[in-house]
Design a protein around this ligand. Sequence first.
Ligand code: FUB
Length: 303
Amino acid sequence: KGLILFGFLFFTKGFAQERAENPFIKHMYTADPSAHVWDDGRLYVYPSHDVEPARGCDLMDGYHVFSTDDMVTWKDHGEILHSRDVKWGRPEGGFMWAPDCAYKNGKYYFYYPHPSGSDWNNTWKIGVAVSKYPDKGFKDKGYMKGVGGFAMIDPSLFIDDDGQAYFYYGGGGKCAAGKLKDNMMEIDGELKLQEGLADFHEAPWVFKHKDLYYLIHSDNAKPLNNMVYATSENPLGPWENRGVFMDEVGCGTTHGSVVKYKDQWYMFYHNQALSNEGNLRSICFDKLFFNEDGSIQKVIQTK
Ligand code: FUB
């Protein structure tokens, strides 16, 4: 009997560890997950923080970071930046939207969109905070220069194999990108509108798989957006649209990131499963698989 019980416990534990417990952060509302694997061997997720009451994205006011080394147990490292820490920011706070983080020359650079004045709709900047650590010690260093012209939201960073950093951002139908200088705060040359994307809405994220560059983003499908992808042989395009790889998530927004960890690719995304309310979102992940020809198989969302 003891042996049978041991076998049962072993089987259920193994099964539980294989499963993605979605949403995997349950003690607070989170959205727009940007996932990275850093040199310490852990996978870190930098999301937005939705807060109650579910009034809209105006109350989002600070960022937490989460990490894991087994995709099962997640650590909340606490708040790494709040609007009160941003000297140039909107006096009333709020509107700390979808962030990303990059590692370069021994430092972590945290990028976040935030209005610089009370006229929140016309004063957005992409702020940059820097730290020696991935999960603490971030100090605001001001905002990126030479970035603007349209929706200043959804920054994301891609570091190529040769160490060159690329900066992407966009919303409202347009996506722009450019090389970053070594200081990680200035564009080297000019930002370029990304060509070849189809039905771009927002949430660009770039990664590389077998020498091919992939740009994922949300589309404008009604009533709910899907995640689509495009590929290119160049990190700045032009891109070839490859279609939907993840259906709508049951939420008014969709936004995510793709990362490889311990030989498995994952799609991080959010839904509203915990609240049933589009302004109180929760982050999830599921496995992502490629076909031999480089196309992405449809991501199956586990609930
Ligand atoms: O979280 C605020 C906004 O909602 C993001 O900037 C968009 O991508 C959408 O997810």
